[in-house]
Structures are given as structure tokens and as C-alpha cells.
Design a protein around this ligand. Structure first.
Ligand SMILES: [Zn+2]
Length: 512
């Protein structure tokens, strides 16, 4: 008895490892044994595969059948090994032509009736297969678009076990699908022109978009904090190809589906304040799945009513904000997911939301207001570059609505130009945006702005913390980039200081 081999992929975090599925027949009482580190879902796989095979009229070997998944040390979870198990068994049983499984990777879960079901992580799994020299893949029919995003792999898509057997027998009824996987245009961009008034807040959003700065919107309910946050992704440039593949792989693992092809627009994630720690940072029983912070990778994470989030959840943002990734330890393995997002927070001035609104009745005790404001504290607040206070419209709504603002396309053009300036200046140093330059490099490798003593004064007067100095410097570069200037002027610096301190720009120099 020579064992037969088929291949699948185990995913731990974003990392895929090839899994060899061996099947050997004979040598004992008729039964099926599954070896290799297997969780419950894998043991279920044995029964599922048997039932699916029986339903198609193909026999399951009636002798001792040993199935081994290796490397044994690797945690293997999920139902996507079904197809590779059935293929290895068929080969061991002598039903497949020689070489049928060579260079082939199989992904797919089987239903009891033999149907092939979609699985998570097809994109990262095939990326791993391609880099390990595999050239062919069998995937569930509904996921062919996702599979075809991977270069160098011929993809066969299958609806049921009968399709699988046809492909393996060398009689593919379904030729490799040839429709191209060109990215589809995003359906509808939320346009900035729909936000009435709030000129300063729109400017803050533009600066945040241009330099990739973290932003905090303060203001009573109904002034447009959420409307503005939702419009940030529309201002950001497209992802480049490596970024798009990375983001798409995360979304594939999270089970979001990639029906529209590669994710080329920066993603937007806005978890509710009742969200659990696991759904925010990622979690799961044995192997952790990506959470909101990873789904927002290379995009925007918006926490509306930030003080309402549990302190544990807010505290958990600290690591990804610092390192751009999140490591989730689980019993089976440690999974690492990228989580480099732009953070937008929004908060009401008090629990009832009415404080600071003229003529409104705030019912909150002063103590409650203070406690509310302190709920977003320390490490997270430290990371915020821009504080922007929004006030209710002073003019009549109609008047403000008639005064046309700028559409997203116009602002996005300015953002793109500012990003180009940053890339030209920073690429040699290894960064792309002002928001990601580390403090020491900011002070030593880039020229200090004219009027730097302004910041010294602010620190001396206790209006700015030492850490705040770096933030103001980063912001001043972005403001200069938006203005098309080669380096920040005194006026840019003053505007940056006001934005960091959450002061009205009318009082300072405002936009040049
Ligand atoms: Zn109140």
C-alpha cells in the first residue's frame, strides 16, 4: 500500500502553510482513522467526507483507511480540508490517473449531499500556495473571482463532488474560468458636498486625509460628526497593489467576501460602542479571526460615541496604534494580523449630549460630565493629532445648505497632490506620510519650521506637552504640503498648534 498525497493550506493569522494530506488503505479492520493535530471540526470532516462520497455513488474504501495531516505540530482548524481528504482517498483507492494531484491545491468544504461550500481565506491560502510553487487549484465555484486574483495559479471551480472528480480524472467539464478579475468601481462614494456648513471640520478632515493623522470630533448630536467621518475614505487615494492584496486577504479571512474583486479603496470600519473586545481586536476559540482593527487596515477606524466604549476595548487599541499590528494568542497558535488604521473618534460633550449647546437643557451633573470626558484617556488620546470642535449651525440651515461646499473629488485631488509631495520628500527615509514619521526623525532629518520658538513658548506656558510638539510638527508639514509649500511657515505652525489644541481656526491664522 503506497500512500497517496493531496495538498491544502493551513492559515494561522495571515500566514499560510502547505498541509500534506496522506491517505493509506489496508492493513486492518475496516474503519477510518484521522491523525495529525485535529480539532473537532476536522473529526467532523471525516464523517462529512464519507457521507458526501456515498451520496455521489462513489464508494468509500471498505478496509482500514488512515488519513494523516502534516505537519502535525500545525493547528489545523476549519472545514476547508474536505476536498483534499477526498482527493487523497480517491488516489489511494486507485481511482485517479497518475500525477492528478501534482502541483494542485484543494480548498472547499463538502455538504452531506456532495455540494462544495465556500470557505474563508481562499486568497491568502492561494498566495501561500503560489509562493510554494503550486500551479493549480480547485476552489468552490462561488469563490473563483477571489482565487483568480492570485498570479501564476490555474483555477478550476467546482460546484459539487462530481465536478471535483471530473477535474481530477483529467476531464474537466469546466475549463479554467477566463473572465478577468478586474476590480469593480466602488458603487457609491459618500460625497462631502452633502455635508452642510462645518467648513472648519471639513478642513480638519482634509488635513487628516492628507497626512494620515488621527482625528477627534467633539460636538453635540446632529452636527455632522458621523457624516464627516464616513466621507474620509472618499478623500484617501487608492491602495497600491501590495496593499490591496494584503487588505483583500484580511477581508477574505474575515469572511467578508470579495465579490467585487480586489479591495482597492481604503476600507472603513465603524464598530458600535457595544462591540466586544473580540469583535474589535479579533478573536475566536482556537485560532483567532481578524477584528475591526484589522478590517480597517490601510483604511479608517471610526469610533462614534467613543466614551461609551468599554475601557478595556479602548485600551486594546493601544498596541495596534503603536505597532500597526495585533498579535492574538490562542490555545492552538499565535496569530498576527496587520492593523495600521487611521483612527477617527467622535464624542458628545456630556452623556446627554446637550452641554455646550446654547439654550438646551443639560441634565448631567458636573461630575458626570468630567467622568465622561475622561473615559477616553491616556494612550489613545495621546495618539490623537487633531481635535476638532463642531458647533450647531449659526446661520439658518437653508442658507448654509445653499452655500455650496466642495465636492469630494475636488478635495481628494488636493489630498493626492499633498501625498505626492510627502512621498517625494519621505520615500528616501522609508515613509510615505507625515503621520507615520517617528519623533526623532521628524526633528533631526527634516528641517525645523520657521518660528519653531512658538512651540517652545507653548510648552513653557503648559499649553503643549512634549509629545504634542511632534504632533504639531507633523501637522505643520501636512498643512504646508496642502498649500504647496516646500516647508512649513510660521502661519502653518500656528494653524497646526490650534488644530492640536482643538482651538477655533478663526482665532488663529486659518487656512492660507
Ligand atoms: Zn448633559
Amino acid at each position: 500500500m503506497t500512500p497517496a498525497r493531496a495538498w491544502s493550506v493551513a492559515l494561522v493569522g495571515m500566514e499560510g502553510t502547505m498541509v500534506e494530506v496522506e491517505a493509506a488503505i489496508g492493513g486492518g479492520l475496516p474503519r477510518t482513522i484521522l491523525v495529525g493535530l485535529a480539532d473537532t471540526s476536522l473529526n467532523e470532516a471525516r464523517d462529512r467526507c464519507k457521507a458526501a462520497v456515498a451520496s455521489t455513488g462513489v464508494g468509500w474504501p471498505s478496509q482500514l483507511l488512515t488519513i494523516n495531516l502534516s505537519p502535525a505540530t500545525l493547528p489545523k482548524t476549519g472545514a476547508h480540508y474536505d476536498l483534499s481528504i477526498v482527493a487523497a482517498v480517491a488516489a489511494a483507492d486507485g481511482r485517479l490517473p497518475k500525477g492528478a494531484l501534482e502541483g494542485l491545491v484543494l480548498l472547499g468544504e463538502l455538504g452531506l449531499d456532495g455540494r462544495v461550500r465556500a470557505v474563508r481565506g481562499v486568497l491568502p491560502a492561494l498566495l501561500a500556495a503560489a509562493s510554494n510553487g503550486f500551479s493549480r487549484a480547485i476552489v468552490p465555484a462561488t469563490q473563483v473571482g477571489e482565487a483568480q486574483l492570485v498570479q501564476g495559479i490555474t483555477v478550476w471551480w467546482v460546484r459539487d463532488l462530481a465536478d471535483v472528480m471530473e477535474v481530477l480524472a483529467g476531464r474537466p467539464v469546466l475549463l479554467p474560468a477566463i473572465e478577468s478579475a478586474t476590480p469593480v468601481e466602488p458603487s457609491e462614494v459618500k460625497d462631502l458636498i452633502d455635508v452642510v456648513g462645518q467648513v472648519e471640520a471639513k478642513w480638519a478632515l482634509e488635513v487628516a486625509a492628507a497626512g494620515r493623522h488621527h482625528l477627534f470630533f467633539h460636538g453635540p448630536p446632529g452636527v455632522g460628526k458621523t457624516l464627516l467621518a464616513e466621507r474620509l475614505p472618499g478623500l484617501l487615494p487608492d491602495l497600491d497593489l501590495p496593499e490591496a492584496l494584503e487588505v483583500s486577504a484580511i477581508h477574505s479571512l474575515a469572511g467578508c467576501g470579495l465579490d467585487d474583486g480586489l479591495v482597492i479603496r481604503p476600507p472603513y470600519s465603524d464598530p458600535h460602542h457595544s462591540a466586544s473586545l473580540a469583535s474589535l481586536v479579533g478573536g475566536g476559540a482556537r485560532v483567532a479571526m481578524p477584528g475591526s482593527v484589522s478590517k480597517a487596515h490601510r483604511g479608517v477606524l471610526f469610533l462614534d460615541e467613543a466614551p461609551e466604549f468599554s475601557p478595556r476595548v479602548l485600551e486594546a487599541l493601544r498596541v495596534p496604534l503603536e505597532s500597526g499590528q495585533i498579535v492574538l494568542g490562542r490555545s492552538a497558535a499565535q496569530a498576527t494580523y496587520p492593523a495600521r488604521f487611521q483612527l477617527i473618534l467622535a464624542a458628545n460633550p456630556c452623556p446627554c449630549g446637550m452641554a455646550a449647546t446654547k439654550g438646551a437643557q443639560c441634565q448631567c451633573a458636573p461630575m458626570a460630565i468630567r467622568r465622561y470626558a475622561q473615559r477616553v484617556s491616556g494612550p489613545v488620546l495621546d495618539r490623537i493629532d487633531i481635535h476638532q470642535h463642531l458647533r450647531p449651525l449659526r446661520r439658518s440651515y437653508l442658507e448654509a445648505a445653499l452655500a455650496a461646499g466642495e465636492p469630494t473629488a475636488v478635495v481628494a485631488d488636493r489630498v493626492r497632490a499633498a501625498r505626492d509631495r510627502q512621498r517625494r520628500r519621505l520615500s528616501a527615509l522609508g515613509w510615505r506620510t507625515n503621520g507615520e514619521i517617528p519623533g526623532p526623525a521628524l526633528r533631526r532629518k527634516l528641517r525645523l519650521p520657521v518660528g519653531f520658538e512658538l512651540l517652545d513658548d507653548a510648552v513653557a506656558q503648559g499649553r503643549l506637552s512634549a509629545r504634542g510638539v511632534d504632533k504639531v510638527l507633523r501637522l505643520s508639514w501636512t498643512i504646508a504640503d496642502l498649500a504647496g509649500a516646500d516647508h512649513p511657515s510660521r502661519s502653518h505652525l500656528r494653524t497646526a498648534l490650534a488644530m492640536r489644541r482643538g482651538e477655533s481656526l478663526e482665532a488663529s491664522h486659518g487656512r492660507s
